[in-house]
Ligand binder design. Structure first.
Ligand code: SAH
Length: 220
């Protein structure tokens, strides 16, 4: 029997999800595998049941501990930017949150390592990904600004919280040709930036204005 919680009903139905995908297409998301993930990942299981009916709106929603699940457009945009321009075999995500971005990204890469500083969020994310049958993810409770040296070097790194300046350890853990997609700046003035590591330097591209929670130091 299909698991009704994953299938969704009413506001979480296939039609509602198609509408969301259509909206992202109109906003310029072109990568079909990314759009397919947005359609198939049941976003409603990542938020409180009370918010389930809003899960396919293109908005950020609270997930507890003062954090939010990222807006689908932003998840799609970051995933697309990360996959563009090279291999994505070994990937790092900083800021697991509820695990929604992790679930969108994992099947599009070979191996995903994800770090979250708030332990209960990490625990729940791990459970949800297991329920969804996603098995190529390693989880770590820690400060993602330091990266995850023993799993690196990485083809790509995605950061889901905003530092004021780019964390150097993350740039160092990229392979040559690797990409780091990260929102940078104080709240209200953030830019999504993609760094590409070259032999002698790093290329830097601005991808537009965004709004993220701050990247914090330490763990909790
Ligand atoms: N993509 C996630 C977004 C979560 S919000 C989702 O869809 O749910 C950003 C997350 O980054 C928060 O959970 C926050 O606790 C975490 N975070 C902030 N600073 C961090 C750090 N230094 N290391 C690891 N995680 C961090």
């Amino acid at each position: 029997m299909p698991d009704l919680r994953f299938e969704g009903i009413g506001m979480t139905s296939a039609r509602t999800r198609d509408r969301l995908v259509q909206r992202l297409r109109e906003q310029g998301i072109a990568n079909e595998s990314v759009l397919e993930r947005i359609r198939n990942v049941p976003r409603h299981i990542f938020v409180d049941e009370a918010l389930g009916s809003r899960a396919y709106e293109d908005t950020a929603l609270p997930i507890g501990f003062g954090q939010t699940i990222s807006q689908p457009y932003i998840v799609a945009r970051m995933t697309e930017a990360l996959l563009e321009g090279g291999a994505a075999d070994n990937v790092l995500e900083v800021g697991t949150g509820c695990g929604y971005q992790t679930a969108v990204l994992a099947p599009l890469v070979k191996r995903l390592s994800t770090i979250e500083r708030i332990e209960p969020l990490l625990t729940r994310a791990r459970e949800r990904l297991k329920e969804l049958g996603i098995r190529n993810v390693r989880f770590r409770h820690g400060d993602g600004a330091l990266g995850w040296k023993t799993q690196g070097p990485f083809d790509a790194i995605l950061v889901a919280a905003a530092p004021l300046t780019v964390p150097e350890p993350l740039l160092k853990q990229l392979k040559v040709g690797g990409r780091l997609v990260v929102p940078i700046g104080p709240e209200g003035h953030q830019q999504l930036v993609r760094f590409t590591r070259r032999e002698q330097r790093n290329d830097r591209e601005q991808l537009g204005a965004v709004a993220f929670v701050p990247l914090l130091g330490g763990t909790s």
